[in-house]
Design a protein around this ligand. Structure first.
Ligand SMILES: *[C@@H]1O[C@H](CO)[C@@H](O)[C@H](O)[C@H]1NC(C)=O
Ligand SMILES: *[C@@H]1O[C@H](CO)[C@@H](O)[C@H](O)[C@H]1NC(C)=O
Ligand SMILES: *[C@@H]1O[C@H](CO)[C@@H](O)[C@H](O)[C@H]1NC(C)=O
Length: 230
């Protein structure tokens, strides 16, 4: 507490020494400078900074305490089953040089879990998207909006339709001849965590990646997904 005040006193004495030694070396004598009153805006700013630091420390301690009491764990996502019943590329549907048309029918059931004992989760938005060769080919909203503690929901995702997608036709042909398509299912959303009745966090984005290798018309088994961002 005393330390910053001491610094200011040293600062002033330095100023007076400087002006009294360096001053006479100039061509005119300088009168000794009158002692300056401590500038009030500076002191006010210092009080504000201290108050701000105090509030920050208090908020930090409070969130650390909340974190320690509730110990939030990340959402868990898995594909419990997925079936690719149609997946084909039509390169003659569009002009040469334009992306081909990919038609698809992917039905999946996602298992979305809140593993927490005391934390509930609001899903402000939750969607699944299919990716092939890194290109998105379909999107579906997932019907989960709130999960209480220790809850798992089965969310169906149906990606069906056709769209022009920049995929490499030769690579598609190779996958098509083996009959196994490497696909990714991305789950992304906006979530908020509710710590009991105490507080609810601000919205954060959730990004989950599920890597699948699907054979046409063959239902996959359980696949755990990787939570990338939460
Ligand atoms: C994929 O393979 C099927 C037969 O397995 C064939 O009918 C289809 O034309 C092939 N698609 C492409 C784009 O090669
Ligand atoms: C590809 O699309 C064209 C134009 O829509 C259509 O005439 C053709 O039958 C399609 N080919 C296949 C294999 O579905
Ligand atoms: C998509 O595939 C499912 C079976 O996996 C089938 O029940 C459904 O009718 C198909 N939808 C379309 C539009 O072909």
């Amino acid at each position: 507490m005393n330390h910053p005040q001491e610094e200011v006193v040293y600062g002033y004495s330095e100023v007076t020494i400087m002006s009294s030694t360096a001053g006479p070396q100039l061509y005119y004598p300088t009168p000794p400078p009158p002692p300056l009153p401590p500038p009030p805006p500076r002191r006010r700013r210092r009080i504000l900074v201290r108050a701000f630091i105090g509030v920050c420390i208090f908020m930090g301690a409070l969130s650390l305490l909340t974190w320690l009491i509730y110990r939030p764990q990340t959402i868990q996502v898995a594909v419990s089953t997925a079936t690719l019943s149609h997946f084909d590329l039509n390169t003659t549907a569009t002009a040469i040089g334009d992306p081909p048309v990919l038609s698809y029918n992917l039905t999946a059931v996602l298992a979305i879990s809140n593993p927490n004992r005391r934390v509930s989760i609001y899903y402000d938005r939750l969607e699944a998207a299919g990716l092939y060769q890194g290109e998105r080919f379909g999107r579906a909203a997932l019907p989960v909006s709130f999960q209480g503690p220790r809850r798992t929901d089965a969310a169906p995702a149906v990606l069906v339709g056709s769209s022009t997608v920049y995929v490499n036709a030769d690579a598609f042909g190779e996958d098509n001849s083996t009959g196994v398509f490497p696909l990714d299912l991305w789950v992304d959303g906006v979530v908020r965590y509710k710590f009991g009745d105490l507080m609810t966090t601000t919205a954060t984005t959730l990004t989950v990646k599920c890597h699948l290798a699907l054979k046409l018309m063959v239902a996959s088994g359980w696949v755990d997904c990787t939570v990338i961002d939460f």
